[in-house]
Structure formats: C-alpha cells, structure tokens
Design a protein around this ligand. Structure first.
Ligand code: GLY
Length: 262
C-alpha cells in the first residue's frame, strides 16, 4: 500500500479549553466556533476520499488534544503510542491508546521516563521514517521508536527540525512516494536528498504543513502561490481554513492520525 493511501483516520473535536492551547507567540485566542467549522470541513474532506473517519469527543482536560497526530505513529503493522515532550500534552497519548487498540492487534508505546517524541516530528515516506529532533522530540525517544518499528521492517532516520520551528512537519509534507513539499530553510539542510522537492513559495512557509490523503492534497487556505505550484504539478488540492489552529502552531497534519491497519 502507498504511504499516502489510507483506509482510516482518527480526529478529535476541539474543546472549549482550546483557548489555553500552547503557542510559540500569542496572536490572540482561537475562536472555538470558527475552529469547529474548519474542523468539520477537514473531516468532510478526509471522508470524501472514501476513508472511515473516527471522530472522538472533545477532551476539556487537554487544550491541545485536537492535535491528535502528536499522540501516535500509525503504521500498517501496528501503532506506537508517543510520549509528548510538552508536559501538558503527556496525558493525551494515554487517552488515544484504547482507540488504537480497537483497530490494531499490535499497539506498542514509548515508555522510557527520559524518552520524548511527538508525531508531528515524524514523516513516513515510502522507504523510511524521518524523525526530526526538536524541542519536543529527543534522541532517547527516537531510539526507542527505532527499536519498536525495526522488527516491523521500517528504517528510521534521525534528522533535525529547524531551530524555532515546533515540529519537523511544520515545515514539510509528503505529496507522493517520491515528492516532498518543503520550506526552503528545511530543504537547505539536505535531509531530502534523493526525493523530488517542491518548495512552498517565499512568504508562504505556513502552508508547508499539508497532507496527502488518498487522492487529495489537503492544504490550509490562503496560500495562492504554493497552490498554483501544486496545481501545476498535477495534484488534486482541497483548501481548508486553518486560521484558528494556526494561532496554536497547528496545521493539516496535526488534526488527524491517518492509517491502514493490516
Ligand atoms: N499547540 C500545539 C502544540 O504546541 O503542541
């Protein structure tokens, strides 16, 4: 199965506590009503590809819990429950575990007290799993993940999230088996050697966090130059409003776990 073909996704509704979500720079509180509308559009886009989308209830105790991607890595052979590096988000992973057990026979977890890793730092391509070390993901977390997924036949490569950037995938996305959408600053690190790279337009770095989900490339609305590049490259693009998640450094990948359990 291709690394962008998925039968399932899990999302979680935003909670009213989202106003207390983590952010690098405070640009104002997110508007819950608008975020809920954007979220519904996002779920509809996932469903339009024919996938089954599990929509979990909001979790008031965890302001950032709408960003489910950080709680797990889902591979065809099994799922690995993460250990988020943000203390306020640690409990989100345990909340996700039973939903993964309902769909997978093999669910492992990052367990080391000193191991931290968030799904936003993990890009799974056709041939390897790239994990960006960041303020949320450390060497011990990457080492533990490697030990868990190597027996499943996966190769992990440690890379680096640019300084000041929340997650590795804040700055890149998989567009197809050979192609990555990236910011110029991340591509300049050389970590995508061997891949075809499409750069986001200058000034549109905030749309590098996009997802390929079955036939669709789902990108945040309002980045016309990059949209044109994707259109010209032949992708079928859907734009989803992201103004409220962006206030919390969140984007298209953060809002779902995408997978095909075997
Ligand atoms: N607000 C998303 C995060 O910082 O994890």
């Amino acid at each position: 199965m291709r690394s962008y073909s998925f039968t399932h996704a899990i999302t979680r509704k935003p909670s009213a506590s989202i106003v207390a979500g983590l952010r690098a720079v405070d640009t104002g509180a997110p508007d819950l009503g608008l975020m809920q509308r954007h979220h519904a559009d996002y779920v509809a886009a996932l469903r339009s590809t024919g996938a089954t989308v599990v929509e979990l209830d909001a979790l008031e105790a965890f302001p950032d819990s709408v960003f489910v991607e950080d709680t797990a890595l889902c591979l065809p052979e099994g799922a690995v429950v993460m250990r988020p590096g943000a203390p306020s988000r640690l409990g989100e992973a345990a909340e996700m575990a039973p939903h993964l057990r309902a769909l997978y026979s093999d669910v492992e977890r990052i367990a080391g007290a000193e191991s931290f890793i968030e799904g936003g730092d993990i890009l799974t391509t056709e041939t390897e799993i790239l994990v960006g070390r960041s303020a949320r993901t450390n060497a011990a977390g990457i080492e533990e993940l490697t030990r868990l997924v190597t027996p499943w036949g996966h190769r992990v490569r440690e890379v680096f999230t640019p300084p000041g950037v929340l997650h590795f995938k804040t700055d890149c996305s998989l567009l197809d088996g050979e192609t990555i959408l990236s910011t110029a600053r991340l591509a300049a690190s050389g970590c995508f050697a061997g891949y075809r790279v499409i750069l986001v337009a200058e000034g549109e770095e905030a749309c590098a966090n996009t997802i390929r989900f079955n036939d669709l490339v789902i990108m945040p609305a309002g980045f016309p130059k990059t949209r044109e590049r994707l259109d010209q490259a032949g992708y079928q693009v859907a734009e989803i409003g992201n103004s409220e998640c962006a206030k919390l450094d969140g984007g298209m990948s953060c809002l779902s776990l995408r997978f095909s359990p075997s």
